[in-house]
Write a protein that binds this ligand. Structure first.
Ligand code: SF4
Length: 574
């Protein structure tokens, strides 16, 4: 209990007398101690503890709040709202709002995000829905069904996100409940895709088909996904949380940008467990705050990773800051408690110490192929190829989705893989059929042999759909790609360019070779859209936070600035 005050320890001691993570103190008594009314307490005070009534799974969230209140701190508005009513219990509110065609207001905006719907005004007067696909795997019937839903309830398109996920925009307030019901009919889950939850679980996009991979991470991501869905207490976090599984293959999963990153490694010959595949545990990645997940010596067998992740999340629930949302992510718990202190708390949840293995006892990770997510490549299955399709700044129309779905059914294995690079892959195409599939992809206006620039182009939603954005990132990214392809047709290096609209860094500008962060620039008496420019970011073996090179570039000038940078690079590289 190294991070708790004496008062908190006493409270937790009382709490621990009960069973597992339940508390033994009467809730009403504890409320009075804190100067709160029963109505301020979980479940509106209806199920006080100590009276024999069942303890809700989400009690761990309220216990964490109680600990911070006991330390004399004030909960944020969002935490108070969770205390009044657990957000997952607001389905009837969604239906009532839809019946009245009313948008969410106040803290209901946060609560509705627990169901995967985001009110995005003032950028748009509509909802955006974010879904969940563990390891980015979407069945072809789901892709086709989502195209239909995008036509019926949304704007007629889907966007691929940097968590290998899909978003549907422009859903009207009156359509939310019907949309979510239709989503469930398709077997697609949106629960917990937003707000203070564990986001879509990512894994290596080529898991199971990658000739270079060390471990097929599909089932790990799937197991993590279903564990989250079936444990209500895992919806009691103080802030959002990301988990990723990297199988050591040719496409990076960007696990080092996650709160928890698991990375497959091979034990060196001659050491204990030589030749075995284990997963290094890394913690605290949040590149928007300039931190990658760090290795702390813990190495786990594949079958132990999900249980370890659950223990980490529970320790985060108990120790995360609920009084300042800017300091609520795992990174700040680690900064405060230190890695060893936090891991000690995690091990209490895990029930035993984590095994440790020195990094020098493992083989280096196989190299990544920077743009291996685009184009035609052989698989580990002889005679089969995967085809990486470039989606212009992550968007595909419903008509394109139907064609891709048809292609996956006719020539592939009835599914596609979404990637953290905001594109998609059609796997398992017989080599004899590749040219037919490529021709069809080109016919619908998409590409597989993209220029170096377009293959590594990442852009967040921007001000066309996000209220935080300072610039129209998707539009500016496309303009830059068009211009650079014309000016630098012979660019032969894989370059990743990330456009992000605000410091939330959804497009991870700090890890791009070139990163652009949206801002407002003063021109005469006007404020116009512009960017700060960063260079030299990377991930994995090239891990680096990009450094700021130039500030306040007017958006119209960005393509020219990137062009001169790339020309300089081509002239000077060794
Ligand atoms: Fe919105 Fe900012 Fe995220 Fe872009 S980075 S989608 S502007 S929150």
């Amino acid at each position: 209990m190294s991070d708790f005050t004496e008062q908190q320890k006493q409270y937790l001691a009382g709490f621990a007398v009960g069973s597992g993570l339940t508390q033994s103190l009467p809730r009403s008594t504890f409320a009075a101690t804190l100067g709160l009314s029963a109505a301020d307490m979980p479940n509106g005070g209806k199920a006080p503890h100590g009276d024999g009534s069942p303890v809700p799974a989400e009690q761990i969230c309220y216990t964490a709040q109680d600990l911070q209140l006991a330390a004399g701190k004030k909960l944020t508005t969002e935490e108070k709202a969770k205390r009044t009513r657990f957000p997952l219990d607001q389905w009837d509110d969604i239906k009532a709002h839809a019946a009245r065609a009313e948008p969410a207001k106040g803290t209901d905006i946060l609560a509705f995000k627990y169901f995967g719907i985001f009110w995005v005004a003032p950028a748009q007067t509509s909802y955006m829905a974010r879904l969940r696909f563990p390891a980015g795997i979407v069945q072809s019937y789901q892709l086709r069904g989502l195209a239909d839903l995008a036509d019926q309830y949304g704007g007629g398109f889907n966007d691929v996100t940097t968590r290998a996920n899909l978003q549907i925009r422009e859903i009207k307030p009156e359509s939310t409940a019907l949309f979510l019901e239709a989503l469930a009919d398709l077997g697609v889950v949106a629960k917990g895709s937003g707000a203070d939850n564990i986001r879509n679980v990512t894994a290596s996009a080529l898991a199971g088909i990658d000739p270079d991979e060390l471990y097929d991470t599909r089932q790990m991501a799937r197991d993590m996904h279903h564990t989250i869905l079936n444990h209500r207490e895992l919806y009691g976090l103080p802030r959002k949380f990301n988990i990723s599984f990297d199988g050591g293959g040719r496409i990076a999963a960007l696990e080092d940008t996650n709160d928890i990153g698991f990375s497959a490694v091979k034990m060196k010959g001659g050491v204990e467990g030589g030749g075995e595949i284990q997963f290094r545990l890394t913690l605290g990645g949040i590149t928007g705050h300039k931190d990658f997940a760090r290795d702390n010596g813990v190495s786990l067998k594949p079958e132990d990773c999900v249980a370890a992740a659950v223990a980490i999340v529970k320790a985060f629930i108990l120790h995360g800051d609920r009084t300042d949302r800017k300091k609520a992510r795992l990174k700040y718990v680690l900064d405060r408690m230190g890695f060893d202190g936090f891991i000690a708390e995690v091990e209490k949840q895990y029930g035993k110490p984590f095994p440790r293995v020195a990094l020098d006892q493992t083989e280096p990770r196989p190299a990544v192929h920077k743009h291996g997510h685009v184009g035609v490549h052989g698989q580990s299955q002889p005679g089969k190829s995967y085809i990486g399709v470039v989606l212009p700044v992550a968007r595909m129309t419903s008509s394109q989705m139907r064609t891709i779905s048809d292609l996956a059914e006719r020539y592939g294995s009835r599914h596609v893989r979404l990637t953290v690079w905001q594109n998609l892959i059609i796997p398992d195409v017989a080599n004899d059929h590749v040219s037919a599939v490529v021709a069809e992809i080109q016919r619908i206006g998409l590409a597989v042999d993209s220029s170096s620039v377009r293959a590594g182009l990442v852009a967040c939603t921007g001000n066309a759909g996000c209220k935080f954005a300072n610039a129209n990132t998707k539009k500016h990214a496309l303009i830059a790609a068009d211009y650079l392809e014309q000016q630098l047709p012979d660019l032969d290096a894989a370059v990743n360019i990330h456009f992000t609209g605000c410091p939330n860094s959804c497009a991870q500008h700090f890890i791009g070779d070139i990163g652009l962060l949206g801002t407002k620039v003063t021109v005469g008496e006007d404020m116009v859209e512009g960017y700060h420019l960063f260079v030299g970011g990377g991930y994995g073996a090239d891990q680096a936070i990009g450094r700021e090179l130039k500030r306040n570039i007017v958006a119209d000038d960005v393509p020219h600035v990137i062009e001169s940078l790339l020309r300089g690079y081509l002239a000077e590289r060794t």
